[in-house]
Design a protein around this ligand. Structure first.
Ligand code: PMT
Length: 399
């Protein structure tokens, strides 16, 4: 149920506008209060009056409308909302949002909104796959915009491909599951590590790995949504720090170790999602290493094992590790669970076409002493939500 949730629904111009009428009806049925804003091109498909009748509120269409501003101005409207949903979101509106343009009511509301934002794109499949569109989506995801992915199938233009707006039930269910996520981790302190560490060789080179940070950042957001006080300790990534989480940026494994141990007191749950370099060069060249010979030998020394050190504390938090494996997943994961004395370990395949490093999707096999649960392939934000729910379950079973 979405009882008393204030949902600001922006409708932009595409044939999928008709689905947003049904979406408005379903959101109202779930108990939400819905206010609708429309772009000018959306009104070419459907009259504002239809949304007014379904939402029970007048519909705002213009940025510079004296009457509408007198009733509830655009800044007030943005502040009023618990959640801002743009459905359908056209390529044009998504591009404006990604680049901070504010030349109409919807794009201006996006800049003024401080609440969670969801987009349900709708467009032709060729437009959806265009590199410019995909680059804009990446920017928006870095702004913590939640994507409700379009579906594949026959499109209004008669072509077949990905780009159809998600069905109203799917959008409604996603909002219900995110907005009514039980505050299961309320008042708990959670530390999450994410991303790859970089181990310098000389002033211009370093050793690192393929971790993008997506899995760890998604976990930070999911833990925050579950009510936790979250500290995310991250290696260098392309991602923006998640909203409302405490954040420490580090470069090396040693710096990550220090940051974790400076904050570990009072930590209830520790999740090690970072891909920490096991080894670092013994010597860091003061000057750039020159290519004077055909071969060079690097001598590496072991980095501290952050996860094992946390689990070895006298009063350790509930400690969750990750295992990135290319073979014998369960064998190696259980070995890490036992050797590092962890409460849980989430194992994923890496080096495959799907899942693991860099991808937007992943799957996890989660192990604990006397149990196991498989979380199937899905996008990392949904997977993170499922893993946080499982951690909550096991944390309370232990305490
Ligand atoms: O960041 P993404 O691109 O989204 O990819 C996600 C991921 C594949 C990086 C993530 O899901 C994952 O598997 N993270 C752990 C990667 C890893 O280093 O696994 P490992 O099996 O080498 O390490 C086992 C555990 O020990 C991990 O929890 C790791 O954080 C921890 N560790 C390892 C070495 C070390 N010196 N200190 C540690 O804390």
């Amino acid at each position: 149920m979405l009882a008393h949730k204030k949902i600001l629904l922006a409708v932009t111009g595409g044939i999928a506008v008709y689905k947003s009428l049904e979406l408005t009806r379903q959101l109202k049925k779930q108990g939400a209060e819905v206010r609708v804003v429309m772009t000018k091109s959306a009104t070419a498909f459907i009259q504002p009056l239809s949304f007014q009748a379904l939402s029970g509120h007048s519909v705002h269409c213009e940025l510079l409308d004296v009457e509408a501003e007198n009733a509830m101005g655009h800044i007030e409207l943005a502040r009023w909302a618990d959640v801002f949903v743009i459905a359908p979101a056209t390529a044009n509106t998504l591009a404006k949002m990604a680049h901070g343009l504010a030349d109409d009511l919807v794009s201006t509301l996006y800049l003024a909104a401080t609440c969670p934002v969801y987009v349900a794109p709708a467009m032709n499949h060729v437009m959806w796959n265009h590199p410019a569109m995909q680059a804009n989506l990446k920017i928006l995801q870095n702004h913590n915009v939640n994507l409700i992915a379009p579906e594949s199938g026959e499109q209004a233009c008669g072509e077949v491909g990905i780009g159809r707006m998600a069905e109203p039930e799917t959008i409604c269910q996603r909002l219900i599951s995110d907005l009514t996520m039980p505050q299961s981790l309320a008042n708990l302190n959670v530390i999450i590590t994410a991303g790859a560490t970089r181990e310098p060789l000389d002033p211009v080179r370093y050793l690192t790995n393929r971790s993008s940070g997506k899995m760890g950042y998604a976990l930070a957001l999911a833990a925050k949504k579950a009510g936790a006080n979250v500290l995310l300790i991250s290696g260098v990534t392309q991602l923006s720090a998640p909203k409302n989480c405490n954040f420490i940026l580090v470069e090396t494994a040693e710096q990550m170790h220090i940051a974790v141990f400076e904050n570990i007191e009072n930590c209830d749950i520790f999740i090690g999602a970072a891909a920490v370099a096991d080894y670092r060069p013994i010597e860091i060249g003061e000057k750039k290493i020159k290519k004077n010979s055909d071969q060079i030998t690097l001598t590496l020394e072991k980095n501290p094992d952050i996860l094992a050190d946390v689990a070895a504390l006298e009063n350790p938090p509930f400690t969750v590790g990750f295992a990135a494996e290319t073979n014998d997943l369960e064998h190696y994961a259980r070995d890490k669970l036992n050797r590092k004395k962890l409460n849980m370990i989430a194992a994923n395949w890496v080096g495959r076409e799907k899942g693991g490093f860099e991808r937007d999707e992943n799957a996890l096999d989660v192990f604990w002493q006397d149990g196991k649960k498989s979380l199937t392939m899905t996008d990392k934000s949904e997977l993170a939500r499922q893993l946080i729910a499982l951690i909550h379950e096991r944390f309370h079973a232990k305490n």
